[in-house]
Write a protein that binds this ligand. Structure first.
Ligand SMILES: Cc1cc2nc3c(=O)[nH]c(=O)nc-3n(C[C@H](O)[C@H](O)[C@H](O)COP(=O)(O)O)c2cc1C
Length: 224
């Protein structure tokens, strides 16, 4: 069977979330072409924040150099480290086993939600996205698609351009992890109608929504 698409949602909103709607469009199109989807909702089922034993085990692993997941497990020294590894390894495996990864990301306070950051912190255990034998970066041959939603607008030349830490953060993080095939689709001005400062921007909001929707369908068809 073909490896699945890993679809991670992080919006706290379940009714009107733009990132959930865009992600669903992508995932439905992926299924229509015969693909399978593994869905993880880090808002509904939050990933526990890292505890001290995670850092302790991580330090021990880093001192040894690149290790397999089984070799990491063999270094566990106590129940607390076991608990942290048991919370971490399945999430790491979901990413490693995926053919492609789709992240649904709302902008919260100019960056990514804490729920997504907790997932990122946990999966970023030392060395788990590199082959210990060859050093090959395991995420290099996976497609990553990020569907961003923002209440306002952050494009080049806008007054809030320098407040954008959502896409720029994910681009830096995923690039550093060895991701080479990375695509962002952003829907902007989602809060038009709710926030008076955005009055009059309805056309921009509708255009952004339509462009994002067609782009995700196009991407789901293009990525195999
Ligand atoms: C806690 C919180 C913080 C937010 N911070 C920002 C922000 O800094 N900038 C912005 O443009 N919109 C902000 N918004 C609006 C969201 O980005 C917007 O509603 C977006 O559509 C959320 O994604 P979703 O529709 O997938 O839930 C915030 C919303 C919430 C709930």
């Amino acid at each position: 069977m073909l490896a699945p698409l890993l679809h991670v949602d992080s919006s706290a909103d379940r009714e009107a979330s733009a990132s959930r709607q865009l992600g669903t469009l992508f995932a439905d199109e992926w299924r229509r072409s015969g693909g399978t989807v593994r869905h993880r909702d880090v808002s509904a089922e939050p990933v526990p924040p890292l505890r001290e034993a995670y850092a302790r085990l991580g330090r021990r692993v880093e001192r040894k150099g690149a290790l397999s997941l089984d070799d990491i497990a063999a270094l566990i020294a106590d129940d607390d480290e076991q608990r942290e590894w048991d919370l971490t390894r399945p999430l790491v495996n979901e990413v490693r086993e995926a053919r492609a990864v789709l992240l649904g990301v709302p902008m919260y306070n100019f960056g990514v939600p804490a729920t997504l950051k907790a997932w990122i912190d946990r999966i970023s255990f030392p060395g788990v996205f590199a082959d210990p034998a060859t050093g090959r970066k395991l995420l290099a041959d996976k497609d990553f698609v990020i569907v961003n939603a923002r209440g306002g607008g952050y494009g080049p030349g806008t007054p809030r351009e320098t407040f954008e830490f959502q896409e720029s953060y994910l681009r830096a993080y995923l690039g550093d992890k060895g991701v080479e095939r990375l695509t962002f689709v952003s829907q902007e001005f989602t809060r038009v109608g709710d926030v008076p400062a955005l009055d009059g921007l309805g056309d921009l909001a509708a255009a952004s929504r339509e462009a994002a929707r067609s782009r995700v369908v196009e991407l789901a068809r293009a990525i195999r």
